[in-house]
Design a binder for this molecule. Structure first.
Ligand code: ATP
Length: 202
């Protein structure tokens, strides 16, 4: 599975529809201060399901929508689409019957985010899982932000281990284990309640 194209519309400084072709070998983006390099990386993380406003250089989630300038009015929505090439059929099972997968996230003021993948509406969790199973995602250490290298050098062993686990492709399994544990705890609670009822009836 390969990232092939990023399309932005109304996202941060990219008010007009903009396309970034992610050709093989692209490893970095350079340009003058303020030209939008960080916004491109944020768009990539955002479309993969980033949900922490703190991680998005701005206060609330709606701050990703073009806020307007002296000459252009603000927009009501922002949309980012990531096109994936799956001709090698390495996408996670739920999407693997598609040779190409387009993932879109759109946020509308006062209406929140909606996601689409491979032509259908999906939940944020489905998108996060698609990328986690492919060993990438909004928190992937492969997306290197400014200042992150210095942070990594000073990181604690536990944080470094998480990076290795991410590279080994097991972070999706952790998420599933966490969900299974929550379900198990719910089931145990139900069992306790049944036992109480049985005791009361005996
Ligand atoms: P630097 O290297 O200085 O960090 P950069 O190339 O990474 O620069 P970005 O941080 O990606 O640049 O872009 C910053 C620009 O995006 C600023 O001009 C900022 O005003 C603009 N910007 C950020 N959010 C919005 C928004 N919601 N609406 C309009 N413009 C925005």
């Amino acid at each position: 599975m390969q990232f092939i194209r990023l399309r932005l519309n109304g996202f941060k400084s990219f008010v007009d529809p903009t396309e970034l072709v992610i050709a093989p070998g692209l490893t970095g983006v350079v340009g003058p201060n303020g030209c939008g390099k960080s916004n491109l990386l944020e768009a990539l993380r955002w479309v993969m399901g980033e949900n922490r406003p703190s991680a998005m250089r701005g206060g609330g989630m709606e701050d990703v929508i073009f806020a307007g300038t002296a000459t252009r009015p603000a927009r009501h929505f922002a949309e980012v689409q990531l096109d994936l090439d799956n001709s090698d059929r390495t996408a996670p099972a739920a999407f693997n019957h598609h040779a190409s997968i387009d993932v879109t996230r759109r946020i509308t003021r006062e209406a929140g985010s909606a996601y689409r993948a491979a032509g259908g509406e999906v939940r944020a969790r489905d998108v996060q899982m698609l990328f986690a199973d492919a060993s990438t995602g909004a928190h992937s250490p492969a997306l290197v932000r400014q200042g992150q290298i210095a942070g990594l050098i000073g990181a604690k062993p536990k944080a470094r281990r998480r990076i290795l686990e991410e590279a080994a492709g097991i972070s999706g399994l952790y998420q599933r284990r966490h969900e299974a544990e929550l379900k198990l705890r719910g089931a145990e609670g139900n069992l306790d309640r049944v036992e109480d009822l049985l005791e009361a009836l005996a």
